[in-house]
Design a protein around this ligand. Structure first.
Ligand code: ADE
Length: 232
């Protein structure tokens, strides 16, 4: 893989990666700053997309069009949807979907984008394997789970909402960009993987836990991404 795009929604998710880059050139587009250079010897473009699915999709399309990236990695934090997935643990995506897509009125199942052939967007097998192996090497004290990421333009912070989303989609974690990045990558035929460290349990404790664990969780993903690049 020649050039890899790395997207984080927030500065806390990408700042360390940007600090570690060499031969940096900055390119601005769509109010985003694309940081191009070498990370662990690998050609990379690191960018903060901003929060939410529209920002994430626009960002991914620019990585495809203007930087010709051959893979997209999404790094960041997420709320856990499973009791056994704890704060600090990592989820490597098997696939991603939009939990807030709802065209049941027209006979589609909840989550299905009307008139698209796929229900969820499958992450790349090699990127998944490389991520899981890298995570076990650099974060041995943390559990790594491989599973579905469910995204929506919604911070999930109520037990009832979490239970509803979990019952419907069998996701491992929820966040606000992954499925948009996955969809944009899929439309462009670019392999992708979503890597998320758990910052909260997406329940009534989420708004308390999130600010406490955001930074530490984000760093777990940063370590993982840097290690992963060595093997790509
Ligand atoms: N990102 C981190 N935690 C989240 C949550 N509970 N809901 C949505 N996005 C998140």
């Amino acid at each position: 893989m020649n050039r890899i795009g790395i997207i984080g929604a927030m500065e806390v998710e990408v700042e360390t990666l940007k600090e570690h880059m060499k031969d940096v050139k900055l390119v601005k587009k769509a109010s985003m700053e694309f940081c191009c250079g070498k990370l662990n010897g690998k050609e990379a473009v690191v960018v903060r997309s901003g929060i939410g699915k529209v920002n994430a999709a626009v960002c991914t399309q620019i990585l495809a069009d203007d930087f010709q990236v051959e893979a997209v990695i999404n790094t960041g934090v997420a709320g856990s949807l499973k009791a056994e997935i704890n704060i600090g643990d990592i989820v490597v995506s098997t696939d991603a979907l939009h939990h807030d897509m709802d065209a049941r009125e027209f006979g589609y199942r909840r989550g299905q984008i009307p008139q698209m052939d796929v229900f969820s967007f499958e992450a790349d097998a090699r990127l998944r394997r490389t991520a899981a192996e890298a995570c076990r090497r650099v974060n041995p004290e943390i559990q790594v789970f491989e599973g579905r990421v469910v995204s929506g333009d919604q911070f999930v912070a109520a037990k009832s909402v979490k239970e509803d989303i979990s019952a419907e989609f069998a996701g491992c974690c929820t966040e606000m960009e992954g499925a948009a990045i996955a969809q944009a990558a899929w439309l462009n035929g670019i392999p992708f993987v979503i890597l998320r460290a758990i910052s909260d349990k997406a329940d009534d404790s989420a708004s308390m836990d999130y600010p406490t664990f955001e930074r530490e969780a984000a760093q777990h993903c940063v370590r993982l991404v840097e290690e992963m690049l060595k093997s790509l």
